[in-house]
Design a protein around this ligand. Structure first.
Ligand code: PSU
Ligand code: MN
Length: 304
């Protein structure tokens, strides 16, 4: 598979600088225009200011892009563009048809690994949906974490999911889940409320980098998941979100939303039914994750 690097990422590889991968589904399918474009640019800026180089990943015209210019970011953000949500399953047909795809956590992980990147920042990972015992709806992000060597920094599984079952599946797959300076798995928009203890707490980026080195040097393939609580100043307490989440799940059921449309539907519904509150939180948490991912990438790089 051909990978097309932008100049900034090419320079980072040449100069052996730490790189942080960023996904594009959050731009095309996770946030509304024009906030999505603003967030995409500020995430990249946050990575640079922390001392690493950002590589936003997408498939454009059937070519995998590692690092995007402003024109490409604008195309991904435009709601009139034809951009597919691309997970692992969707990559072959996008390459074959010359299509445009915004990559999910799963797809971004695997493409970033091919590009030699070890750290990736996102908002929230996909996971086990509530009612998965009948719908079988489990995000492809989880099996990807099981197989692809990548440190993924997120604010927890999205609160629309069954967070406890998501952590169980990660345990089955042998994925270390690290609470960064926290004892409870954060619930995306909220710092607490999941009721699930983190399997391991680490408080310093350097300690996370050491774990990554040990895991992969030991030949233990697969991801490392860091859960980083949204800053307290930005969070929405879980109790305040419950009504919007319950209503979103009920609407999705009534309207027969299925497959890859489920997550974008739920996020959009909650966005419009919390008077934009959830959007502000979403922005704050991804920025927070981009900064931590850059710190981890720098520490990992120093320990090489
Ligand atoms: N978290 C967000 N916004 C998003 C997503 C996650 O705050 O848009 C996206 C990610 O790209 C994630 C995907 O990989 O949703 C999961 O979708 P699914 O549940 O269909 O696997
Ligand atoms: Mn799904």
């Amino acid at each position: 598979m051909k990978l097309k690097y932008n100049n900034e990422v090419k320079g980072a590889i040449r100069n052996q600088q730490p790189i942080v991968a960023l996904e594009s589904t959050i731009i095309s399918h996770g946030l509304p225009y024009p906030d999505n474009l603003e967030v995409a640019k500020s995430l990249e800026q946050a990575v640079r200011e922390t001392g690493a180089i950002p590589a936003t990943i997408a498939i454009l015209g059937g070519v995998v892009h590692i690092g995007l210019n402003n024109e490409a970011l604008a195309l991904l953000a435009d709601k009139d563009s034809q951009i597919e949500k691309a997970s692992r399953r969707d990559i072959p047909q996008l390459l074959a048809s010359g299509g445009n795809g915004a990559t999910t956590v799963a797809a971004t992980m695997l493409l970033a690994q091919k590009a030699g990147i070890s750290v990736f920042a996102t908002g929230g990972i996909g996971g086990v949906h509530r009612g998965a015992e009948t719908s079988f709806d489990i995000s492809a992000d989880l099996p990807e974490l099981a197989r692809t060597d990548m440190c993924v920094v997120c604010a927890g599984p999205k609160a629309i999911l069954d967070i406890g079952l998501t952590i169980e599946v990660l345990e089955t797959s042998g994925v270390p889940v690290i609470g960064y300076q926290c004892d409870e798995v954060p619930a995306f928009w909220s710092r607490n409320g999941s009721g699930v203890d983190v399997p391991l707490r680490l408080d310093r980026p350097g300690d996370i980098a050491s774990l990554m080195h040990q895991k992969w040097q030991a030949g233990l393939e697969g991801g490392v998941l860091v859960v980083n609580p949204v800053p307290a100043s930005a969070e929405i307490p879980a109790a305040e979100l419950k009504t919007a989440i319950d209503a979103a799940l009920q609407q999705a059921e009534q309207q027969g939303i299925r497959g890859k449309a489920v997550t974008p539907f739920l996020l959009a519904y909650i966005g419009t039914h919390t008077s934009g509150c959830s959007l502000a939180v979403n922005k704050a948490l991804v920025l927070n994750n981009a900064r931590l991912a850059a710190e981890i990438a720098m520490a990992y790089h120093r320990q090489k």
